[in-house]
Design a protein around this ligand. Structure first.
Ligand SMILES: Cc1cc2nc3c(=O)[nH]c(=O)nc-3n(C[C@H](O)[C@H](O)[C@H](O)COP(=O)(O)O)c2cc1C
Length: 174
């Protein structure tokens, strides 16, 4: 199973819209997927599900089990203060150790309102995932200037559309 992780818990995020776009893209490639939205994290998970509380929060455990049961991932990662969101790191820190991500495969999509499309944040996040033994697809897609490039659930830029379609194909072969 491919799991698309919407990498923020911000309500009504653009990230979840891009996650749905990616799910439709994978459907066009004849691949089924599911979405894991970090907005579904329990409010208190940082205090109730990490460290010596691992395994004690049923709502968090359900999300953990989705990660554990998936072989491939797409992470949609918004740029927050020139990096990836802290809640995404806290979520990853809550995975059991040795990591449920080891030897698995993923593709990364960065999004931002500014010019960078979370370029640096994707690098930061790649370092974290590589540390855990996850294989990150080399073709990373960046969607900068989201307000003009992503409208009504669709990517408006032809070149970005081409890149993300190629990425989906490569992830399936990966
Ligand atoms: C806390 C926070 C920090 C952000 N920092 C940046 C930033 O450093 N650079 C940028 O281009 N956009 C930044 N943004 C805008 C988001 O990257 C942009 O809206 C993105 O397309 C989607 O974010 P969303 O999923 O939270 O809607 C920030 C947004 C938030 C909520």
């Amino acid at each position: 199973m491919i799991t698309i992780v919407a990498g923020t818990n911000r309500p009504l995020s653009k990230t979840i819209e891009v996650a749905h776009f990616y799910q439709h893209l994978l459907q066009r490639h004849q691949a089924t997927s599911q979405i894991l939205d970090l907005a579904d994290l329990p409010d208190d998970f940082v205090f109730s599900a990490l460290y010596n509380n691992v395994g004690q929060n049923d709502s968090f455990n359900a999300l953990h089990d989705v990660m554990a049961g998936s072989e491939k991932f797409v992470f949609v990662v918004p740029e927050y203060n020139n990096s990836f969101p802290g809640v995404l790191k806290a979520f990853i820190d809550g995975m059991s150790y040795p990591s449920v991500l080891t030897n698995k495969k993923c593709a990364l999509v960065g999004i931002s309102d500014g010019v960078q499309g979370n370029s640096l944040g994707l690098s930061h996040f790649t370092d974290v995932l590589n540390y855990l033994g996850m294989n990150v697809l080399a073709q990373k897609v960046r969607i900068p200037f989201m307000q003009k490039n992503f409208v009504d659930g669709a990517i408006k830029d032809d070149f970005i559309n081409k890149l993300i379609d190629e990425q989906a194909g490569l992830l399936l072969e990966f």
